[in-house]
Design a protein around this ligand. Sequence first.
Ligand code: PCA
Length: 335
Amino acid sequence: MPRLPLSLSILLLAILSLAAPAQAEQRHWDLATAYAADDFHTRNIREFADDVALGTAGELLIRIHPAERLVQHQAIKDAVIAETVTAGEFLLSLHADRNPLFALDTLPFLATDFTAARRLWDASRPAVRSALARRNLLMLFSVPWPPQGIYSRRPIETIEDLQGLRIRVYSPIGARFVELVGAQPVMVEAAGLAQAFADERVDAMITSATTGVESGAWTFTTHFTVTGAWLPRNMVVVNRDAFLQLDPAQQRAVLAAARQAEHRGWEYAEDEDRRQRAVLEASGMTLYALPDELLAQLEDVGRQMRTEWRAATGHQGEAILEAFRIRNENKPKTE
Ligand code: PCA
């Protein structure tokens, strides 16, 4: 369905709320996010909120608080559990130290493009959904970041080029990868990247073309590897008790909008990858693929991390990797 311009949606909403029975209760949800207001994830969440408003005839309005303005990224998940905020978005692998299952989408070189990332998500969705449900969180939708690469001030050609570098990461599993290649991980949130380089706290960073553009990566680095290592995903969740307070029609409207948001978000992510790589190049950055030998060494590190992940997740992890393998083997010919 083509999207209505926002002004038209708001007009429609105003008409709907006039038409709504006077006694219909209007609810507000606050939704906290970590990423910039103009990031594609945030844009997608805004459109989700518009769809919810329309689908509930203005009875449920979601207010979005981007860029850690309401809650710090690290605290968003617990804030939704405690219902300090009703809903939130966070990077799943940020919480991998609490539940190793949440590390799956960040395991290096397991799923390196959108098709594989989608299959990995399909294979792990029920397990992730129930892990969140045990914490009283209802998973609404999950959208990936474009493939991750390394930004640096010179090309990375051998493993020695990585050794000793202070590399910015955003999750414990990213930190493990950086340690295993002999570099030093430094945790920095997306919003603090330019400052971390200006303060000389980091020499390189791991992230997507999107976050590279948003942070103006060409002002502090020169090279970006386009060999995607993984596609981490954001999760949008709501406190389950708050969701259950909605009437059944409202619940259906939220879930329908969430399904659309997931579908749309994956399309946005692919489109972003293409567009933002072009922006990096137009801004003077060199985009290059890692040499085969180095790639093979990094893939070995990825295999080691998969072994560690298997040990940490046991039968559940095995079953997910097996479901992922089967999905890869039965790939539809049209893909
Ligand atoms: N951007 C976010 C998460 C992954 C990405 O591409 C970040 O760098 O923090």
